[in-house]
Write a new protein. Structure first.
Ligand code: KG4
Ligand code: ZN
Length: 336
């Protein structure tokens, strides 16, 4: 059987990434150039600065990915690229690059959905994982509970009505003075805090059992901080962080529990940047143990934005016969 070798490109937010993936599950290289240091100065991702950094770095990142995989553009079978959702200017850099390479080297081009990429990250280290399974995608831009029916076939059970889970982490971190990116910092200080010290709300959505809402929780944290300030009470950063993290974890676990029960799923996977949170991961692992459900999660390097996961998704599209032409464009609000 012939090998299918995909060159994948990801530039939807603040990571410039390229990877070479063989037969969907074998990652030959995975190069990520993070801009976090730059955006930290501004307390969050500045779109125009992200685009400008992508354009400076992308050729080098791709060259490194090919080199690490000990291959050349000539030997590549297809080029996969994230074309949405994400920051439009950032996406355009990757899409234009992929189109230029596909045109020059006469290679098939495949546009990949970023969230599909996050889901597919689970296939990299779990060679035996196959659909159907339940997947919770929690990142800075998305919170989706998805039934993965087959490769490339998804049923969205619920998603966030307002803030994404990671966004809430980032906003709360900023409010308690931890800075950007908030997720890892909240997780770290939470170890010193009492998660039961403050009773933050766990939002339930009446007309959408599997939808999420995190803006109320974020407001509750801000109100709590304001209340402390007015009463001249010193806040305990670790207690706030731990109580907030506990509220997010409870909501995620609650939704997953209901979906496992209702849809009788026997496999569950998490994905996205927030999936590297140990507290959330262990709570979901425990839930799966109780339910007799197989639990999957990617290593942190495949949770965060990367191109290897895009290469996996592109492979399954490629073998299903999907091809994009050179009119491929960036779609910032692309639906799954
Ligand atoms: O998947 P990702 O790298 O980019 C998006 O597609 O959004 O996710 C980034 C998000 C950020 O909001 C970041 O704060 C969050 O993931 N994150 C975490 C942790 N590590 C990253 N949130 C909670 N705990 C973590 N350990
Ligand atoms: Zn992402």
């Amino acid at each position: 059987e012939k090998e299918v070798k995909i060159l994948a490109i990801e530039s939807s937010c603040d990571e410039t990434a390229a990877a070479v993936v063989v037969n969907g599950r074998n990652v030959r290289s995975n190069v990520i150039s993070s801009q976090i240091d730059i955006h930290t100065l501004y307390g969050g991702v500045v779109p125009e600065i992200a685009s400008r950094n992508h354009i400076e770095r992308i050729n080098q990142v791709i060259e490194q990915a090919l080199k690490d995989a000990d291959t050349t553009l000539d030997e590549i079978d297809a080029i996969g690229v994230t074309y949405g959702p994400g920051l439009v200017g950032a996406l355009l850099v990757g899409v234009a690059e992929a189109k230029a390479l596909a045109y020059a080297a006469k290679k098939p081009l495949l546009g990949v959905h970023h969230i599909e990429g996050h889901i597919c990250a689970n296939f990299i280290e779990n060679k035996g994982l196959e659909p159907p399974f339940l997947c919770l995608v929690v990142s800075g831009g998305h919170t989706h509970l998805v039934k993965v029916l087959d490769y490339g076939k998804y049923e969205i059970l619920g998603k966030t009505r307002d803030d994404a889970a990671g966004e809430a982490f980032d906003k709360v971190a900023r409010a308690i003075g931890l800075g950007y990116p908030g997720g890892p910092k909240i997780e770290k200080v939470s170890h010193e805090g009492n998660p039961q010290s403050i009773d933050f709300p766990r939002a339930k959505i009446v007309d959408g059992e599997y939808d999420f809402s995190f803006s109320g929780l974020k407001s509750a944290v801000l109100n709590y901080l304001n209340g402390c300030k007015m009463k001249n009470i010193e806040i305990n950063q670790a207690d706030v962080a731990a109580s907030f993290q506990c509220a997010v974890t409870d909501v995620l676990v609650d939704h997953v529990r209901n979906a496992i029960d209702e849809y009788k799923m026997d496999k569950f996977a998490i994905a996205g940047g927030v999936a590297s949170n140990g507290n959330i991961r262990e709570a979901l692992r425990k839930l799966c143990q109780e339910k007799g459900v197989e639990f999957y999660h990617p290593s942190p390097i495949f949770c965060t934005d990367n191109a290897a996961m895009i290469g996996v998704a592109a492979y399954y599209e490629f073998i299903n016969g999907k091809r994009d032409d050179l009119t491929l464009n960036a779609i910032p609000n692309l639906k799954l």
